[in-house]
Write a protein that binds this ligand. Structure first.
Ligand code: GLN
Length: 212
C-alpha cells in the first residue's frame, strides 16, 4: 500500500491518520523535509491556515512543500489545508503564506457568522454511494476555479446554495469540510486511489527510463 503523510505542524492530524489507515493505506505524521521525501502523498489537515503557514516557515518546510507539490506529489487539503493549496486566498491577513498549486481562489471563513459551523450532506463526484456527511468549521469555499479544476461537490440549499466545496486538479484534491471527523473514509479512499495511480505511473516512468 502507498505511504501517506499528514503534515503534523498543527491541526487535526490524528483524525486524518486514522481515516487514511481505515482505507488500508500506511499513514504517518510529517514534520521535516526528510519525512516529506519519504511519502507517496500528503494530507494537509484542518486547523488554522495562518498558523500552519507560519510553522511551516519556521520548521523549514514551506519551500520543500512548495517544491514537492510542484513536482507532482499528490496532496489532499481539508479546510485549512484547502487554503494552503489555493493559489489565491481572499480575506487572508497580509502575512499569510501558502503552498499553492491549486488554481482556485478561496475565501477564508466564507460561510459567515450565522453558519460558522454547520453540517450538511454533499454529493461528491468520484465518491460512490450516498452523499457524504460534510462538517464545516469556519470553512473556506472556492469562489473561482481555473479551467483545469474539476468541481467535485457543491453545497445544496440554504444560504450557501451552489458554493463549491470540493475540487480536484490533477493530483491535488481539496475539500472545505472535514471528512476525517465523520468516520466515513470514502474521501480519503478517493485520495489514496489517486496516490496509488500516481505511484504506479512514477514506477513505470522509472522502469522505462532505466530500460532506455
Ligand atoms: N478558518 C480556518 C483557516 O482559515 C480553517 C478552519 C478549519 O480548518 N476548520 O485556516
Amino acid at each position: 500500500p502507498p505511504t501517506i503523510g499528514v503534515l503534523a505542524l498543527q491541526g487535526d492530524v490524528r483524525e486524518h491518520l486514522a481515516a487514511l489507515r481505515a482505507t488500508g493505506a500506511r499513514a504517518r505524521p510529517v514534520r521535516r523535509p526528510g519525512e516529506l521525501a519519504e511519502v507517496d502523498g500528503l494530507v494537509l489537515p484542518g486547523g488554522e491556515s495562518t498558523t500552519m503557514g507560519k510553522l511551516a516557515e519556521r520548521f523549514g518546510m514551506l519551500q520543500p512543500l512548495r517544491d514537492a507539490v510542484r513536482a507532482g506529489l499528490p496532496a489532499y487539503g481539508s479546510c485549512a489545508g484547502m487554503i494552503l493549496l489555493a493559489d489565491t486566498v481572499l480575506d487572508a491577513p497580509a502575512d499569510q503564506v501558502t503552498i499553492g498549486g491549486l488554481d482556485v481562489t478561496v475565501r477564508r471563513n466564507a460561510f459567515g457568522r450565522q453558519v460558522d459551523s454547520f453540517e450538511t450532506a454533499v454529493q461528491l463526484a468520484g465518491v460512490p454511494g450516498p452523499p457524504v456527511h460534510a462538517v464545516f468549521i469556519r470553512a473556506p469555499w472556492v469562489e473561482a476555479a481555473g479551467p483545469d479544476v474539476e468541481v467535485l461537490g457543491r453545497v445544496e440549499g440554504g444560504p450557501a446554495d451552489g458554493k463549491i466545496v470540493a475540487v480536484r486538479q490533477g493530483r491535488l484534491v481539496a475539500t472545505s469540510f472535514h471528512p476525517e471527523l465523520t468516520g466515513d473514509s470514502r474521501v480519503h479512499a478517493l485520495f489514496v486511489e489517486l496516490v496509488r495511480e500516481a505511484t504506479a505511473m512514477r514506477a513505470r516512468d522509472h522502469a522505462s527510463s532505466a530500460g532506455a
